[in-house]
Every structure is written in C-alpha cells, then in structure tokens.
Write a new protein. Structure first.
Length: 209
C-alpha cells in the first residue's frame, strides 16, 4: 500500500519535507471530499502519544495510521489538508473522487508493507524546498551551541569528580579520564548530542520561528 503524508521528523531528516513546502490551493468541493475521505479511513494501526501540528497551531490528536486498502496515511493528514491546504498526490485525489466510498476493512491489509518510495518521489518533485536551506543553517548553529553546552558540562563534571592519572580509553580521545573511571567527562556525555540539539532547536522552532 502507498503511504502518503509523512513529514520531516527531525532537523537531520533529509528524506521527508515539512508540510509547509507542499501548501497549495484546492477547489473547495474537492478539498471537502478529500478531507472527509481522510477522516473516515479505516484504522490500520494506532500508537501511544499524540500528533501535534508542525505549523504550531493548537491541533492535537492521538496518532494512528488509516487506510482504504490501497493508500495509507496518518490521521492528522486530514487536518493538514483542511486547515493548511497541504497538497496530496493527484492520483490519490482521483481515486477518492472516483470511489463510491470506503470498502470494508480487510484484515489482510495489516500484513502488507507500506510503500514509502512513492511519497518520497512525489515530494521530491512537488515540494518547494524553500525551508531546507533555512533548516540546514539553523542545524549548524544548533550543533555549535550544543557542542559548547556539552563542553561546559564536561568541564563541570571534571571539576566535581576530579581527574585520574590515566588517559581516556575512548576511541581517538587524548583527554584524561575522570577519577575512578576509564572515560573522560566528554566521552561520558557522548551520544547525547542529538538530544541537546533538539532541546536547543527543535523542528517546530525551525519551521515556525
């Protein structure tokens, strides 16, 4: 089944676009039909947590994937089409307009794999790309700020724990290990870079200032 409606998931996501890059225009009748169809899809699977709008509006809903047996979409896609006029493939719209309604749910659909290539290729051809350079620039800035923060934290750890007389065993590291440990403070913090980058500059901030 073809998946549609997947958006950028992090600042480092270069595969999927932000919805802003697919904003367009519908005639109201078609938009209404598409939104109604999206809302009434069969629940294919549901997840814990909530989906919030990447435009920063007050929309919030539980997260689930819906289907009609051929197409799969996230439950918040109806919101994006209805409120922000986000475009979806014309092939999907043609199927919606030509249908006489959703067919009955078939349990065999659950065993089918979602195909993401169609959506990636369609977005590549139709997304404006106008936010990508902005996101790359802000990611670079966030990386620098995160590195400064982590270095400051490492200095604080070294001061609080003290230093040993041995070199850190971290690959390629020449720092002195913390007292009673085999790693230096900076290597103890390694792996947290993405968390601090997200804290300093998340997707919502990048897209909506």
């Amino acid at each position: 089944m073809r998946y549609i409606g997947r958006w950028i998931g992090s600042l480092k996501d270069t595969v999927y676009p932000p919805p802003h890059e697919l904003a367009g225009e519908y005639d109201r009748a078609t938009q209404s039909i598409v939104v109604d169809y999206l809302i009434n899809g069969h629940v294919l699977c549901a997840y814990r947590g909530f989906a919030s709008c990447l435009y920063g509006c007050n929309y919030s809903d539980g997260y689930a994937e819906l289907t009609d047996g051929k197409w799969v979409w996230p439950c918040d896609l109806a919101h994006y089409v209805d409120t922000h006029s986000i475009l979806v493939p014309q092939e999907f719209i043609a199927d919606v307009v030509a249908s006489i309604g959703l067919q009955e749910f078939n349990e065999e659909w659950r065993s089918q794999h979602d195909e993401f290539d169609y959506w990636r290729d369609w977005c590549e051809k139709n997304a404006t790309g106008h936010l990508r350079n902005h996101i790359c620039a802000e990611l670079h800035s966030a990386n620098q700020k995160a590195e400064e923060l982590l270095n400051a934290m490492a200095q604080k750890m070294a001061h609080e724990h003290g230093l040993s007389s041995i070199r850190c065993i971290g690959a390629g590291c020449t720092n002195t290990a913390l007292l009673g440990k085999y790693l230096c403070a900076r290597c103890c913090l390694k792996g947290n870079e993405d968390m601090y980058v997200s804290h300093l500059y998340g997707v919502d901030t990048a897209l909506n200032g």
